[in-house]
Design a protein around this ligand. Structure first.
Ligand SMILES: [Zn+2]
Length: 153
């Protein structure tokens, strides 16, 4: 399983895309981001590509996110420790460049890995999201992201 359709929460179009990927029996991130050609499934332009990473606007921003970018390693790995140190050093560069290009004064960097039934991720190929909401002020609420599951209290 390359995608987890249970995590296409609240978006019929996103669910449709995941179901298409499931039928095609491919890893969507390998097809879209590892072959140096325009994405097949992902509808957004590549913002920045390096030897190791691709950064692109996320398809499905978290509720309340003003900006959100998807970071994908250009090699099919499932766990962070499968990437060489060079890729991690390059990730620092990519985060900094995207943050500068998009005039983001601050952001959260969220990376989930492993069994998607634990994490809420929809694609198993390792990836991360760079997320920015608004600055806290009267009336703002926390911006929430899926990072896993809990039993009801
Ligand atoms: Zn892949």
């Amino acid at each position: 399983m390359q995608v987890n359709t249970a995590h296409a929460v609240g978006s019929p179009e996103y669910l449709e895309m995941l179901e298409r990927i499931e039928r095609d029996k491919v890893c969507p991130f390998c097809v879209d981001f590892c072959q140096d050609k325009p994405p097949t499934y992902h509808p957004n332009q590549i913002l920045l590509g390096t030897k190791w990473w691709v950064a692109t606007p996320s398809v499905r921003k978290y509720k309340g996110a003003v900006k959100q970018f998807l970071f994908v390693p250009k090699t099919h790995v499932l766990e962070p420790w499968q990437l060489p140190e060079e890729a991690w050093a390059n990730l620092q560069f990519v985060i900094r460049e995207v943050t500068k290009m998009e005039n983001m004064p601050a952001a959260a960097f969220l990376m989930r890995f492993g069994d998607t039934d634990y994490t809420g991720a929809s694609v198993v190929h390792l990836h991360a999201n760079l997320i920015m909401g608004v600055s806290r002020e009267e009336g703002t609420e926390p911006l929430l992201a899926y990072i896993g599951y809990q039993k009801p209290e």
